[in-house]
Write a protein that binds this ligand. Sequence first.
Ligand code: HEM
Ligand code: FES
Length: 777
Amino acid sequence: NAATAASARAGGCPVDHSRLDPTGRPVSADAAAFDPFGPAYLEDPAGALRWAREKEPVFYSPELGYWVVTRYEDVKAVFRDNVTFSPSIALEKITPFSDEANAVLKAHGYAMNRTLVNEDEPAHMLRRRALQEPFTPEQLAHHEELVRRLVREHVDRFIDAGKVDLVSEMLFEVPLTVALHFLGVPEEDMATLRRYSVAHTVNTWGRPSPEEQVAVAEAVGKFWQYSGEVLEKMRRDPSGPGWMPYGIRKQPQMPDVITDSYLHSMMMAGIVAAHETTALATTNALRLLLENRGQWEEICADPSLIPAAVEECLRFSGPIVAWRRIATADTEIGGVPIPKGAKLLIVQASANHDERQFDDPDALDIRRDTAGGHLSFGYGSHQCLGKHLARMEMQIMLQEFTTRLPHMRLVPDQEFTYLPNTSFRGPEHLWVQWDPEQNPERTDPSILDRRLEVDLRGSTRRGVPRTVTVRRIDREADGIVRITLADPDGRLLPKWSPGSHVDLLFDEYSRQYSLCGDPDDRSCYQIAVRKETDGRGGSRYVHERLAVGDVLRLRGPRNHFRLDPDARRYVFVAGGIGITPIIAMADHARRTGRDYEIHYCGRSTDTMAFLDRLARDHGDRLTVYRSAEGTRLDVAALLAEPAEGVLVYACGPQRLLDALEEATRHWPEDALRVEHFTSDAGTLDPTKEHAFDVRLSESGVTVHVPADQTVLAALRSAGVDVPSDCEEGLCGTCEVPVAEGEVDHRDLVLTKAERARGDRMMTCCSRACGKALTLRI
Ligand code: HEM
Ligand code: FES
């Protein structure tokens, strides 16, 4: 680099180009030092980018020639907009090959091109929709037996050995065999394809030396050729099972969408997409769970926790740590200008450990309520099509291990090694050991007959509840009690951040309460509950029936009311019981030395919770307004002057929130933050929508869609199950055919021409223009 810089200067240019990003701004020392092939990144990609999430969330890496995106919101935003950020480079070689290696590829006629993952719109969505049916949970159910049988046969082979490398005995092999079956590869071709598939990863995401490049090119070239031969065989008789024959059968109806080039490229890329991802994901998950022994024992004791454990492991240690996009226009990400043509490395591993999104992100918590929000499967219209298949395999493998080898442990002091590359991550070996004498099936063979279910949807959206006991109930003010909850076995509860809430689950309903204790005290959670005389029962139950020692189920914590750490000053406004999240925020602001003020309104001293604690801890930063005494908060006066960097956090009755909304109209957008208990609250504004009916022509049912509900939600409440994923109009999963009526299309999936045809709609967001629609379901 020094030589390049010197020659640049010798050429007359005064600046050191090796240290400037393509927009001409200097590259920081940390950014210049970032090495995506180095040991720190390979061992712990999220940890290696912690500095970036904190200081420079979007940076240019001169080493890679890519912009690196590290925060959750930014990574998701890039995934979401696949037009500005095209995926066309997703499978490009990250390290360009030497001429010699390229010649080898050429000699084999290598022509890997667009598949799905690297295809632009509108071709991508047309192809994805044409080919997605075999990936639905219903269709995948056909593969469950095969997966179980394969897993069991492999475990049978080593169950009495006492010590194995799980990767070489099983974790590599099973997902590969499943992948080949899923694709429809004939048995007799499996062995050959197996041999070649590894080379593809190094070819695409690795940094092979020039000598290695020739060998890699040789293997990739053969892989390509052989994939072509297998495809030809399938073409001769495309009646067989599998996703590739399915595509071949569809080709005559849509030759422009399912092209020959697509089929050949997918034949090869599909094996990698389905195989290595799942193999590495399972290896990472087993390692993590065995390292967190307490949680391993929990899933052994209660296998219904497995789907949630899989999701948390995918968040914590996904097999794909980074993905790629290219900017198709000048744009920005997280406020950083990004020029047209910029290549982006979007690091899911870093996003999945972003403390702005996941509390205590470096702790494994199989009951983490927000784990399903991980980005390991990508997001938006390209989100992994195979995720249900991957989940099925991972769940079945964990079911088998927890049933038959609950006593296995990691071999101590083993060193984990990784294939150096930017994107795929998992140890190359995973040594475990156990005492075969203790194998449960030796004393109780009936465990082998146990039938466990696979859960492809349920637990992935929300975590599984945890059990807590009521440790104390304290009267906090008239009609308000403070409840202290703790783990029944005295275990620590997960950390949380100010603004978080939990859901308490009662028999038939759940209620949300903000946490108001000390976030650093992991021995308990505290909530405050006001008795609502006309409430829906939750508060009455808590006040009248709840007793110390009772056991409750709780979901969370989750946080949709986060303090923005970048604010210069916070104005906290609370009305009544709305003080609960605010007190935790104010405590945090005080502890971290931030500038803030608290305005707390209520009826009278007797009815206001936490007054003493607030006065003690927050002194003159606190102003209290008691309407019974005639002191009222003048919201308009308080917020008359918008101020740079000031954020208003408010929680309280709707009247107060409306007044704040009004008073901050002339403030920068987003200056007022109010509590939401669900993340999608506010996406449908019922005041701007109208209600309508959907008639279902196949079943003859009519479903009413109220102004505050999506078609998808209304169909589901009527018992009509329509699959969905993103629920934001991005992925195309919730599509249904439309027979009659004009659709108000709001998705980003359909092309203009498709919208004009009016024969389909995305139920998660699109609505009716008029009073009714008829759907062909
Ligand atoms: C796409 C991850 C397993 C098939 C993707 C993407 C990621 C991913 C990150 C790109 C998403 C985006 O651009 O937004 C994973 C992980 C897996 C896994 C972590 C295992 C744990 C599988 C399996 C299959 C599969 C088993 C089965 C064939 C696909 C396909 C796409 C894709 C076809 C392209 C979708 C499109 O662009 O529309 N996957 N994958 N994946 N994956 Fe997976
Ligand atoms: Fe993704 Fe509707 S478009 S669920």
